[in-house]
Design a protein around this ligand. Structure first.
Ligand SMILES: Cc1cc2nc3c(=O)[nH]c(=O)nc-3n(C[C@H](O)[C@H](O)[C@H](O)COP(=O)(O)OP(=O)(O)OC[C@H]3O[C@@H](n4cnc5c(N)ncnc54)[C@H](O)[C@@H]3O)c2cc1C
Length: 460
């Protein structure tokens, strides 16, 4: 078609949309991008980045405590939530400006409004304008989802609001068992709040390796976090002294703040998908092929709105691959296998590859190596904590198919282990690697004794 205003219209200036827009523009496409909230999207404005800043803040309390064993006398520390939030906000504004400047530098036209599809080639802006585009990319992300309607739901905040609460709650109840729930439980506990985590399932962090889930649960409880499983919040009543939260077994929990981190759903509502011929997949996200193409031939979708793997680096890769494919004459699929990931709980989690349950399903023979030990730093500090590490090895090929770490800096560690696993490193390769001493990570190359070995054929 020749009557289009732009070559590419991107809906949503988050991780995926911004990357796609600038790469496509670099290939010479005329690009327009719409953002209805703030440039940078969830990760920058109210996700990964501000969350990690809060995680850093929350870890000082343990550092102050641990310092005593190392000879330090630290005067009683005081903490100011408003100062933290103001400083965090300044940093987020700086990042937003940097993202906006990048779009300008790449000559991407930014329109700060909502955009929806009118048909497969027309985008309608909330300003009333219409833009004709040859290709459209939907990168609208996801949004917190509170689940069933219950009495008092209007009092509940989500991860969207938590970054701007006015004061640190003395008592917070967090409902949810996913990574956002456990991360905020750690943040608030570290900052001095009394934290209760309520989760409907058997154990927190569904989908993670069972040993990891159990280990983190124990460590969180050791840090004073109360974890209540197999319950849900049934009702919330505002009372003079906070919120009276009733659980499904009728237990009452008092809290000054109630946060739900009960999941996120793709931002597809009211986007005009039907009019454009864009269909949804089974998980509620926009259905796409390996090139992120939707059921409408000229419309693509990347990131959380597709509900594949909802992480920033994945959205960025998908956005980049889309631009390479459509505007760079380089058809590129994104490899979604062995994506390393971290949970910034306290302590941190880093994982890559299969869980033990998945490995059992997939492999004929499986060797398991695991260890749990007291970190060296905890000796003088006297802190009661342990690190957990686990390697899953294909018993036939010797390839390391899964690595799971719970302990300080596990996120940093797993980024590097991720390379080895992605390259197909074997247990023999791990063993041949010289240890770095004294570190916690050296355990990963010195685990010699199998904890368990399974042979499916022998078991049958
Ligand atoms: C609390 C929290 C912590 C997280 N921590 C991590 C982490 O540590 N590591 C990690 O990898 N991931 C993390 N994530 C996930 C990560 O933020 C997302 O995977 C990532 O932002 C997805 O990028 P995206 O481009 O798909 O969508 P987004 O970044 O959400 O961007 C979508 C953009 O589209 C805009 N938009 C939506 N609809 C329209 C419309 N109709 N018109 C115009 N604009 C629209 C939205 O305002 C938004 O800015 C976290 C998420 C949350 C909520």
């Amino acid at each position: 078609m020749a009557d289009h205003d732009v070559d590419l219209f991107v809906i949503g200036a988050g991780s995926g949309g911004v990357r796609a827009a600038r790469i496509a523009s670099g290939y010479g496409a005329r690009v327009m991008i719409a953002e209805e909230f703030r440039v940078g999207g969830t990760c920058v404005i109210r996700g990964c980045v501000p969350k990690k800043l809060l995680v850093y803040a929350s870890r000082f309390s343990a550092e102050f405590e641990d310092a005593a064993g190392y000879g330090w006398t630290v005067p009683e520390a005081t903490f100011s939530w408003p100062t933290l939030i103001a400083n965090k906000d300044r940093e987020i504004s700086r990042l937003e400006a940097a993202y906006t400047a990048t779009l300008e530098r790449y000559k991407v036209e930014l329109v700060k409004c909502r955009a929806v599809l009118e048909d497969a080639y027309t985008v309608r802006l909330s300003t009333g304008a219409r833009v004709r585009a040859e290709t459209i990319l939907i990168a609208t992300g996801a949004t917190p989802y509170h689940g069933a309607q219950i009495a008092g739901l209007e009092h509940v905040i989500s991860s969207n609001e938590v970054f701007h609460i006015k004061q640190l709650p003395k008592r917070i109840l967090i409902q949810g068992g996913g990574y956002i729930a456990v991360e905020f439980a750690g943040i608030f506990a570290g900052l001095g709040s009394e934290v209760t985590l309520v989760y409907r399932g058997e154990n927190i962090l569904r989908g993670f390796d069972d040993d990891v889930r159990e280990h983190l649960r124990g460590e969180m409880q050791r840090r004073g976090i109360k974890i209540i499983t197999k319950q849900i919040v049934a009702a919330i009543e505002k009372v003079d002294y906070g919120y009276d939260v009733e659980l499904s077994d009728n237990e009452q929990v008092m809290a000054d703040l109630v946060m739900f981190a009960t999941g996120r759903k793709p931002n597809v509502h009211g986007l005009g998908l039907e009019a454009a011929g864009v269909k949804l997949g089974e998980t509620g996200g926009i259905a796409v092929d390996a090139y992120s193409k939707t059921t409408a031939g000229n419309i693509y979708a990347v990131g959380d709105v597709t509900n594949r793997i909802n992480l920033t680096p994945v959205a960025i890769r998908e956005g980049h691959a889309f631009a390479d494919t459509v505007f760079g004459s380089k058809p590129t699929k994104v490899d979604h296998a062995d994506v390393p990931t971290a949970v910034f709980s306290e302590p941190e989690i880093g994982v890559v590859g299969l869980t033990e349950a998945q490995a059992h399903q997939k492999l004929a023979k499986l060797d398991i190596y695991k260890t749990s030990f007291r970190p060296m730093k905890a000796t003088l500090s006297g802190r009661d904590t342990r690190i957990f590490m686990k390697l899953l090895v294909d018993g036939v090929t010797d390839r390391v198919v899964g690595c799971h770490v719970v302990g300080p800096d596990a996120g940093e560690l797993i980024q590097v282990i991720g390379i080895a696993v992605k390259m197909g490193a074997t247990k023999a390769d791990f063993d041949a690697t010289m240890a770095v001493h004294p570190t916690a990570a050296e355990e990963l190359v010195t685990m010699r004794e199998k904890s368990m070995s399974y042979d499916r054929a022998a078991a049958q």
